[in-house]
Design a protein around this ligand. Structure first.
Ligand SMILES: Cc1cc2nc3c(=O)[nH]c(=O)nc-3n(C[C@H](O)[C@H](O)[C@H](O)COP(=O)(O)OP(=O)(O)OC[C@H]3O[C@@H](n4cnc5c(N)ncnc54)[C@H](O)[C@@H]3O)c2cc1C
Length: 292
């Protein structure tokens, strides 16, 4: 397959980029459903899409499978994710080689979350401890990889302070990361503060805001408690008022995300990355809302 363009070339065009994140489905039915989602999203021409990397087992093969068909059958520029979890350096070099051989030139480079059942990240023997080490490994293996890394406007939950977290982010960028995509957030003020702090710390790469249109109050409360993101009281009130009616809850989620994205783009964000949980509806509604 022909090699993708590095996303750094797209960022250099200085136009807002729209990107969409998929996760690898557990079974063949989920893969088929994802094909339908991808077909629907083709109509809004995202600049690139990404595919997350699971904590282990068969979902990892599915990341490769889904990434390949999104590129080959749908023509998307695809950024597979890769994590350090459960891998030795040798295995990571092997995964990097097969990603490269499949024509991918962009990787979202992460430490990863501990697998279900464990609360603490444990590096394997001869494995990597942090994402900055994976950035270094990938750049050494294939210098033309363009690498994204995760950033945390409200601090990574394990970091002792925002300052320490920022030093760690700088380490990833100094190792060769080309851009940062943020954890989801619902209050743009946290993104603007984070970008200011990054710039003051000498982090100059694009910082792409990660936006998740809410689909359910319970689900988003669970996500945000895991990743340390604040849910604004106004948003909670609006979601509570929407009650159990899925369509109304989704409409509130889309409306909130639309407000966030309009404000972010007006204030010069380099684009927006959508966490859509493999559902096309919100991404399509947001594209329509932004075009209106
Ligand atoms: C855009 C995005 C996409 C994601 N996709 C996935 C995915 O596909 N699969 C998945 O499993 N998870 C994914 N995650 C979740 C991510 O794996 C977790 O947030 C994980 O806990 C941290 O990953 P990281 O790459 O940010 O780690 P790191 O950058 O390694 O940071 C982890 C913690 O260690 C600290 N730290 C970093 N470097 C050092 C160092 N050198 N010394 C000491 N402390 C250090 C940091 O401050 C932080 O507290 C994603 C997150 C984001 C923001």
């Amino acid at each position: 397959m022909a090699a993708d363009r590095p996303l750094s070339e797209l960022f250099a065009q200085r136009r807002p980029l729209r990107s969409i994140e998929f996760f690898p489905p557990k079974d063949d039915a989920g893969v088929e459903a994802l094909r339908h989602t991808a077909a629907a999203l083709k109509s809004i021409s995202p600049d690139f899409v990404s595919v997350t990397y699971g904590a282990g087992g068969s979902t990892r093969q599915r990341t490769a499978q889904v990434s390949v068909f999104l590129k080959k059958d749908f023509g998307f520029t695809v950024m597979p994710h890769l994590t350090c979890v459960g891998h030795t350096r040798e295995e990571l070099n092997g995964v990097a080689d097969s990603i490269y051989a499949d024509g991918f030139r962009n990787i979202m480079t992460l430490r990863g979350d501990p697998p279900k059942g464990s609360t603490e990240f444990q590096a394997t023997a001869d494995g990597l401890r942090n994402a900055n080490e994976l950035v270094s490994l990938l750049k050494a293996r294939h210098p033309d990889f363009c690498l994204g890394v995760g950033g945390y406007p409200e601090k990574h939950p394990e970091a002792a302070s925002a300052e320490v977290d920022l030093v760690n982010l700088k380490r990833k960028v100094d190792a060769g990361a080309d851009f940062v995509t943020t954890q989801l957030f619902f209050d743009n003020a946290s993104y603007y503060r984070f970008v200011d702090a990054c710039r003051a710390a000498g982090i100059t790469v694009p910082i792409v805001p990660g936006i998740m249109p809410v689909l359910s109050l319970k689900q988003i409360q669970r996500f945000t408690s895991m990743c340390g993101t604040t849910l604004p009281a106004t948003l909670i009130r609006r979601l509570e008022a929407a009650g159990e009616t899925a369509e109304i809850v989704e409409a509130v989620g889309i409306d909130w995300a639309l407000g966030q994205i309009r404000d972010l783009l007006a204030r010069g964000a380099p684009g927006y990355h959508l966490y859509i949980l493999n559902r096309a509806k919100s991404a399509l509604a947001l594209a329509a809302g932004l075009a209106a």
